[in-house]
Ligand binder design. Structure first.
Ligand SMILES: Nc1ncnc2c1ncn2[C@@H]1O[C@H](COP(=O)(O)OP(=O)(O)OP(=O)(O)O)[C@@H](O)[C@H]1O
Ligand SMILES: [Mg+2]
Length: 338
C-alpha cells in the first residue's frame, strides 16, 4: 500500500511516499531553518506562512522523485499533533483537500508515533522480521523526552517524561550558552569532537522515577561558562568550548541510555527503539549500541529529525487495522501518546 505522509508540525514542510510502512519511495524535506536562525528559535507565524508557500512545490517534488502519480496514492496521512497549531493547520487542511480530490482514505497521525515508526523505515527491501514486542521507546526530540512502553502496534503506555526541558531543547539552550549555532544538537556534537574529557557535568538521574530533568544540567553549564569568563586570564578559548560541549553531551547521553536500559529491564523488553531529532546524536547512538544487551533500533540520522516518511510509515500500521478518520478531524497541538 502506497501512503503519502505529510508533516508540518514545526518548521519542516515534509512529504513522503512510503510503501507498506517500510519502503521509502520518496522523502522530501523543505527545511525553514534559515528563516528562523536569526531569531534563535522558531517563530510560529513565520513557520505557518512558509508551510503554505512550500506545500504544493514539496508535493510536486515528492511525486516526481518517487515516480508516483496522484491516482497511485492509496491513502493520505498527516500529522495531527502535537506541534504548533498554525503549522499543523496548514498540513491537516492540505491533506484533507488532497484526500477529497483523489478519493483516498485520510488519517491523522500522532507525530511522536511517527518518530517511533521511523525505526521501521529503510530504503532497501523490507526486513524479514519485525522487532519483537514489547519494545521500550525513547523519544528524544525538540519538545519531548518520553519513555514509552510499546506492547504491540499502536499500543502505548507513557512511563516517563521530562519534568522541564526536553533533550533537544537542552541541546539548543546549551549551544546558545556556548556561542554555537541553532539548532544546537548538531553544533554541540561537532564542537565536542576531539575533546579530552577534561570537564565533567552532573548526571541528573532522578532516583525511583522514569522521568527526566535537564534544567539543572543546563544551569551547571551556564555557571561553568560564567566562571570561566570572569577569570581575566580566560577568554573564549575554543578548547574550553570543546570540553564543555563534550561534557554536556556525555551527561545527557548517559542519563538517557541508563534510564532507557533500566526501564527496558523492568518491563522485560525484547528491543529498544530510539527516535526524535536527538537520536541523530552519534555519541548517544554509540552508547546505546555498546551498553544494550537487547537489539536497539535507531533510524538513520536523516530519519530521526522530522520527515513525512515516518508519518506515512506509522499510518500504514493503523490503516491495515482498518482505521481512518473523517474529514472533520481537528488538529491537536497537545496530543499525547499513551
Ligand atoms: N546530532 C544531534 N545531536 C543532538 N541533538 C540533535 C542532533 N540533531 C538534531 N538534534 C536536536 O533535535 C531537535 C529537533 O528534533 P525534532 O525535529 O524531532 O524536534 P521537534 O519535531 O521540533 O519536536 P517534537 O518532535 O518533540 O515535536 C533539536 O532540538 C536539535 O537540536
Ligand atoms: Mg519531531
Amino acid at each position: 500500500m502506497k501512503v503519502l505522509g505529510i508533516e508540518t508540525s514545526c518548521d519542516e514542510t515534509a512529504i513522503a511516499v512510503v510503501e507498506d510502512g517500510c519502503r521509502i519511495l520518496s522523502n522530501v524535506v523543505a527545511s525553514q531553518v534559515d528563516l528562523h536562525t536569526r531569531y534563535g528559535g522558531i517563530v510560529p507565524e513565520v513557520a505557518s506562512r512558509q508551510h503554505i508557500l512550500a506545500l504544493v512545490p514539496t508535493l510536486r517534488e515528492t511525486l516526481k522523485q518517487g515516480q508516483v502519480s496522484l491516482p497511485q496514492v492509496e491513502a493520505v496521512a498527516v500529522t495531527q499533533g502535537p506541534g504548533l497549531a498554525g503549522s499543523l493547520l496548514t498540513g491537516v487542511n492540505f491533506a484533507k483537500c488532497l484526500s477529497l480530490a483523489i478519493q483516498a482514505p485520510f488519517i491523522g497521525i500522532n507525530h511522536l508515533e511517527g518518530h517511533i515508526y521511523a525505526a521501521w523505515l529503510q530504503e532497501g527491501p523490507p526486513p524479514d522480521q519485525e522487532p519483537g514486542f514489547p519494545l521500550m521507546c525513547l523519544i528524544a526530540s525538540g519538545g519531548h523526552t518520553d519513555l514509552v512502553l510499546m506492547r504491540g502496534h499502536g499500543e502505548y503506555t507513557l512511563l516517563g517524561r521530562t519534568r522541564d526541558d526536553a533533550a533537544g531543547e537542552a541541546f539548543d539552550k546549551a549551544a546558545r550558552v556556548l556561542g554555537l549555532g541553532f539548532p544546537g544538537g548538531p553544533y554541540i556534537q561537532q564542537a565536542a569532537e576531539g575533546a579530552q574529557g577534561l570537564e565533567s557535568l552532573p548526571k541528573p538521574l532522578l532516583k525511583d522515577t522514569l522521568d527526566f530533568s535537564f534544567s539543572g544540567l543546563k544551569t551547571a553549564l551556564l555557571r561553568r561558562v560564567q566562571a570561566q569568563r570572569k577569570d581575566p586570564n580566560n577568554g573564549q578559548d575554543p578548547r574550553q568550548v570543546t570540553e564543555l560541549a563534550f561534557a554536556f553531551q556525555e551527561s545527557l547521553a548517559q542519563v538517557m541510555v541508563e534510564k532507557t536500559l533500566g526501564a527496558s529491564r523492568q518491563h522485560s523488553c525484547r528491543g529498544i527503539i530510539v527516535g526524535g531529532g536527538v537520536a541523530a546524536n552519534a555519541r548517544l547512538r554509540q552508547l546505546f549500541r555498546e551498553r544494550s544487551r537487547i537489539p536497539v533500533l535507531i533510524p538513520q540520522p536523516s530519519l530521526c529529525t522530522d520527515n513525512g516518511a515516518m508519518i506515512a510509515g506509522a499510518a500504514f500500521f493503523r490503516l491495515r487495522k482498518g482505521e481512518r478518520h473523517d474529514l472533520d478531524l481537528d488538529l491537536d497541538p497537545g496530543l499525547r501518546l499513551g
